[in-house]
Design a protein around this ligand. Structure first.
Ligand SMILES: [Ca+2]
Ligand SMILES: [Ca+2]
Length: 212
């Protein structure tokens, strides 16, 4: 059986659209019966007819839900809620699985704990994070990344601006006294030269008087 299945798997993988589980909410703040959802994402630039695709929890749990007559648009997030799927996601540990129409398991995520009101969201590195902001049918809010833009865009810019100001300030504070001290020195030299000239003039006059 393994040998017979082996050649077909790569061929199927090559033709299966890139659709994956993007978010799920096992432990909603309100009613689990109403608000649990599993969201999938179409990472293709073409629409995909999901007829025959199946969502499921862990093996031996709820019965798999077979999607029927739904087309997922390119780059669309599509959430399936529990009243529709009849899939109950445990609040302690469970799995979320996605099958193609020919029963090929193409995505599976296991979890072993939940926080009420927190959904699991897949981040760009394909890691799962718990988000306090469930976003069924919408682009995911990633807790770490959602905070990073505020921190990373404003703080470095602020840092650069502050750094630039600091550099400017320090240059000014260094150059101003330098010029000031240079001016003082020039004044002193000028005064000294004038004094020397006056002394020379006086000496010359005295010498001339003496000669007379
Ligand atoms: Ca639940
Ligand atoms: Ca979402």
């Amino acid at each position: 059986m393994i040998a017979a299945n082996a050649p077909t798997t790569p061929i199927l993988n090559a033709t299966v659209p890139d659709i994956f589980i993007s978010e799920f909410l096992p432990n909603p703040a309100g009613s689990d019966n109403e608000l649990e959802f599993i969201e999938i994402f179409n990472n293709e630039n073409y629409p995909v007819d999901l007829t025959g695709w199946q969502l499921d929890d862990e093996e031996g749990g709820s019965k798999p839900y077979t999607i029927d007559g739904i087309i997922i648009k390119p780059n669309e997030y599509l959430a399936f809620f529990r009243p529709q799927t009849k899939i109950a996601l445990n609040n302690n540990q469970d799995s979320v699985r996605l099958f193609t129409p020919d029963n090929q398991l193409i995505d599976q995520t296991n979890y072993d704990k939940t926080q009420e009101g927190f959904s699991y969201v897949k981040d760009p590195d394909d890691d799962w994070q718990q988000s306090p902001t469930p976003t069924p049918n919408e682009i995911n809010v990633l807790p770490a990344i959602a905070e990073m833009p505020t921190g990373s865009t404003s703080t470095p810019e602020l840092g650069k601006i502050l750094g630039a100001e600091n550099i400017t300030d320090s240059k000014e504070s260094q150059t101003t006294p330098f010029f000031q001290s240079t001016n003082k020195l020039q004044h002193l030299i000028a005064i000294a030269l004038v004094s020397v000239l006056i002394i020379i003039v006086i000496l010359v006059k005295l010498t001339n008087r003496n000669k007379k």
